[in-house]
Design a binder for this molecule. Structure first.
Ligand code: AVI
Length: 334
């Protein structure tokens, strides 16, 4: 009797390290940011293992409605979303992280077809491996090509692929880009798309100051710990001596610019030593380090962003409270 060929999870996983990525240089960026006249630290450094775990906690906080609202939309409309894409489309996910939300889309896809190719792109190789193995264990009909890369290198890799695709960019990750950077990045995504491909983008909406400021400064203080982890990371990796009790997390809604602005404020005048950089950083009492922007969008701003990237919003879905949007973007011809 011929033996059944069991395809193992290992055989369904391909890990690609996209080449040409410019490795980010934490030490150089910390030096540049903390010696600038207006101190700043890039938000991508919030996500070491500690920060990523804290971010997962943020997503479950009562005040941080974004994750639940997006999940509600995906659960309600996944079938409809997939019906708007080519039936054989591979699923590409930008910044896949733990890929929890992706399961909703995968479930819907597998209720319409027998196999699926999933291509997560994420900077964290360990997170990619972990989430891919978890998915493979649960979905025997899924094949994964996981790309360990920064967004830009990931897009270069994607340009060389021939599969038709639905690209997922969820979690309002677009919000951590300035509006100009977001348009530039989406032009890069557009360049990987053929006419029938689609981009599904989760975007947080403009809303009241009270709701927004609570979402970024929760009562349990998890967001504050997430923010201050940036300083803890400097202590761990660069031999800094930041005393976290002398710094405070601050977040504020800037209505004119449509963004939450997150800063870390030194409560006192002090000098912090960063051993590995042979650097003393003086702080005035009340002086701030700018760490993160989280842009919010109106419908018009989303449409403008899509246009600026050579795309058009084909469909849009909202959660019941109308706080969050999931948008299906199609490439404009030409
Ligand atoms: C990852 N990103 C979309 C989050 C946001 O809402 O801007 C990051 C975050 N920062 C503080 N809380 C959440």
């Amino acid at each position: 009797m011929p033996q059944a060929l069991a395809v193992t999870a290992e055989e369904r996983l391909t890990l690609v390290e996209a080449d040409g990525a410019v490795p980010s240089d934490f030490a150089a960026d910390v030096r540049a940011g903390l010696t600038a006249a207006k101190k700043r630290l890039p938000c991508r450094y919030l996500y070491d293992a500690e920060g990523s775990a804290l971010f997962e906690e943020i997503c479950a906080l009562p005040e941080y409605y974004l994750t639940r609202a997006e999940q509600e939309i995906l659960e309600t409309h996944a079938g409809e979303i997939l019906a708007s894409c080519p039936p054989d489309a591979a699923l590409v996910e930008l910044g896949s992280g733990s890929a929890k939300k992706t399961r909703t889309i995968i479930d819907a896809a597998l209720s319409q077809r027998s196999t699926l190719r999933y291509m997560p792109i994420d900077i964290s190789r360990s997170m990619l491996e972990e989430s891919s193995r978890a998915l493979l264990a649960d979905y025997p009909a899924v094949e994964i090509t996981a790309i360990a890369a920064e967004y830009r290198a990931g897009l270069r890799w994607l340009r060389r692929q021939r599969d038709s695709k639905l690209v997922l960019w969820l979690g309002s990750n677009v919000g951590n880009f300035s509006r100009t950077e977001a348009a530039r990045f989406l032009r890069g995504v557009r360049a990987t798309m053929s006419p029938s491909d689609r981009l599904l983008m989760g975007v947080d909406l403009r809303k009241s100051r009270a709701v927004l400021e609570a979402a970024y400064d929760d009562a349990a203080g998890v967001t504050a710990r997430f923010s201050l982890n940036m300083l803890a990371r400097i202590n761990r990796e660069l031999g800094g001596n930041f005393d976290l009790d002398t710094f405070a997390h601050r977040s504020r809604w800037n209505e004119r610019l449509g963004r939450i602005e997150i800063e870390i404020e030194s409560r006192v005048a002090q000098v912090v030593r960063i051993g590995a950089l042979r650097l003393n950083v003086p702080f005035r009492g009340g002086e701030k380090i700018y760490t993160e922007s989280s842009y919010k969008y109106s419908f018009v701003e989303i449409e403008r962003l899509a246009r600026a990237a050579g795309m058009v919003v084909e469909q849009r879905w909202l959660d019941g409270d109308k706080r969050f949007s999931v948008n299906l973007l199609a490439p404009l011809s030409g």
